[in-house]
Structures are given as structure tokens and as C-alpha cells.
Write a protein that binds this ligand. Structure first.
Ligand SMILES: [Zn+2]
Length: 316
């Protein structure tokens, strides 16, 4: 029998340990909405741990996260046995996936230009949580050197066969750094120890270098709707609300609070940079006006299952 690990986590955004349960799931509720999960395999991986399928809300900052850590045995069973990796790899060939990576690269270049860079010369990028290496494929080129890192060995073994450098550990990443840009694309949701990884990322980026991360943006209204559904024994509203794989549920405000905790200066979100790209904006003061409008809409509007991509400078 798998007893798991009952270690409690601090809030990944503010570091306080004071939270209470807000959303509880049954294995059936999670599997009904996730086509790559088999209910039979999922239940087998969770024997004795079914009552840990819940999220809590931090009393200090409002962040929604899993309070208890999952042990390695359970995580390996979920990531290696329950999830079908071939369907996950197939996703990198989707045109929409390529479009979102192209947009991220375009936005990185836009920020560099907004801050006065004219030329990519010895420009270094780390993709922290590089998965199958598809972002590395996108950005590699003359004047740019890239390195990837991923804790999921099934993915990095595949990436190792490609042309890119994949770090086997954090020490190798540090030897490659400090770099101009560190990207964490859909990684923070998965991390049990956000603090440890954020401190590492901070060390890898040059002073004034760029930190780019994308997370799902679940506003309070959507979370309330999901809680009502779960209470009526309906499946969750999205497969991304899953307290094993996504142990941290961010929104616009918690993403911004994370920047402050690790001394990064917010530049813009991907949404605002898309506008900057459309109008060929060359002036940060105009970008700041759009940032203020987005901050207001984050207070007023409920979004669901949308990604927020944040671009921030490492404070000197
Ligand atoms: Zn908190």
C-alpha cells in the first residue's frame, strides 16, 4: 500500500502556512474530463490517497494550491503510467502550439527591442521545463545559444537525441548561465517546491535579464463555478484543475505577487505585447497604459482556462 508523504507545503506565492480546503475531487470527477487518464490506472496509483484530491486557499494572499506534497512513487505512477506520453508528444505538432511558441519568441524579441537591443549577439536562453524541446527548436539560430532542462526523463531522453544541449542537472545549467532569458512555459503549476526553483531561476538570469513564464489564469468567478459543479458531483470544468499535476492554481494577481517576492520588475503580459507588436510600439510608456487597462480587466472580468504569459526584468 502506498502511504505517500504527508509533508505540508507553504503557500507558493506568499510563503505563509495558513490555508483551508476549497475544492475536493473524486477520482471519477477528474478522469471523466481527462481523456488521457484511465480511471482504473488512476485509482491504482492513488490507493489510500484518494482523500488528498483537494485544493486549499491561502488565508493570507488567496492563492489556491495543494497543501500536501505528493511522494515520488505516486508522481511517477501518474506521469509515467497513467498519462499516455505518445498523445502528449503528438501535441507539439499542432499548429496552435507552434503559434503560441512563435508568439512567445516574437514577444521576447519585442521586449528586447523596447529596452534598446539592436542585435542578437551571444544571446543565451534557458528553457526551464523544456519538455520535448519544441521552444528550443523555435529560438535556436545565429547569435543565439540555447539550453533546455526538464525533470521529466521520458521527455529529455527524446530531446537529448535532438541537436540541442539539454542540462542533466542544475549545476550544468549554472555553468551555461547567467543568461539573457529564462523561460518557464506551463511549469510553475507543476512545481511542489516553487521557492527552491524560483531561487535557482533568479541565479540563472543576468541582472536586467528577462524572466518569461506562462501559467493558466483562473479568476475567482471561474473557481466558484467549478466548486458548485464539484459539489453537485459533476466532473471538474477543466482537466487542468487536477491536484496531482497542477498543484498551484495561479491568476493574474498571484502571478504578479510572485514577481514581487523574487524581485522581478514586471514589463508586460503576452496580451499587451501582442498589441505592441501589431502597432509596432517602440515606447514603454504606451505599453504601460495597456498594462494598466489589463490590470483593471483582471479585477472586473472572469476568465477561464486562458494562459497568462508574463515578461519581467531581473531587478539589478
Ligand atoms: Zn499565500
Amino acid at each position: 500500500m502506498n502511504l505517500g508523504n504527508s509533508n505540508m507545503r507553504d503557500c507558493p506565492v506568499c510563503g505563509v502556512t495558513d490555508a483551508s480546503m476549497v475544492m475536493k475531487f473524486t477520482p471519477e470527477q477528474l478522469c471523466k474530463i481527462n481523456s488521457s487518464y484511465s480511471l482504473e490506472k488512476f485509482k491504482r496509483a492513488l490507493v489510500g490517497l484518494e482523500n488528498r484530491l483537494y485544493y486549499s486557499r491561502c488565508h493570507n494572499c488567496g492563492m489556491i494550491y495543494c497543501e500536501k506534497t505528493w511522494d515520488k512513487v505516486t508522481l511517477n505512477m501518474i506521469y509515467d503510467d497513467v498519462i499516455d506520453h505518445s498523445s502528449s508528444k503528438d501535441k507539439i505538432s499542432l499548429v496552435n502550439k507552434r503559434l503560441s511558441l512563435a508568439s512567445m519568441w516574437l514577444n521576447i524579441l519585442r521586449v528586447e527591442k523596447l529596452f534598446g537591443r539592436q542585435k542578437l549577439d551571444n544571446f543565451k536562453i534557458i528553457d526551464f521545463g523544456c519538455g520535448w524541446g519544441d521552444l528550443l527548436d523555435m529560438v535556436d539560430g545565429y547569435g543565439v545559444s540555447v539550453m533546455g532542462y526538464d525533470e521529466d526523463s521520458a521527455k529529455t531522453e527524446s530531446s537529448v537525441n535532438s541537436k540541442h544541449s539539454i542540462a542533466a542537472n542544475i549545476a550544468e545549467l549554472k555553468l551555461f548561465g547567467p543568461v539573457d532569458v529564462v523561460v518557464m512555459n506551463s511549469v510553475l503549476e507543476h512545481l511542489q517546491d516553487v521557492d527552491k526553483h524560483m531561487k535557482t531561476v533568479k541565479q540563472l538570469i543576468k541582472p536586467d535579464g528577462l524572466f518569461v513564464f506562462a501559467v493558466t489564469d483562473y479568476r475567482a468567478g471561474f473557481i466558484k463555478k467549478n466548486i458548485r459543479k464539484l459539489n453537485k458531483n459533476c466532473p471538474a470544468l477543466t482537466k487542468n484543475l487536477n491536484p496531482i499535476e497542477h498543484v498551484n492554481i495561479y491568476n493574474y494577481n498571484s502571478a504578479m505577487a510572485s514577481l514581487e517576492r523574487y524581485a522581478f520588475d514586471f514589463v508586460a503580459t503576452g496580451n499587451v505585447l501582442r498589441i505592441a507588436n501589431c502597432f509596432n510600439l517602440k515606447n514603454m510608456s504606451v505599453v504601460r497604459i495597456f498594462n494598466a487597462l489589463e490590470r483593471l480587466s483582471a479585477k472586473l472580468l472572469t476568465r477561464k482556462e486562458m494562459y497568462i504569459t508574463v515578461f519581467a526584468k531581473n531587478r539589478k
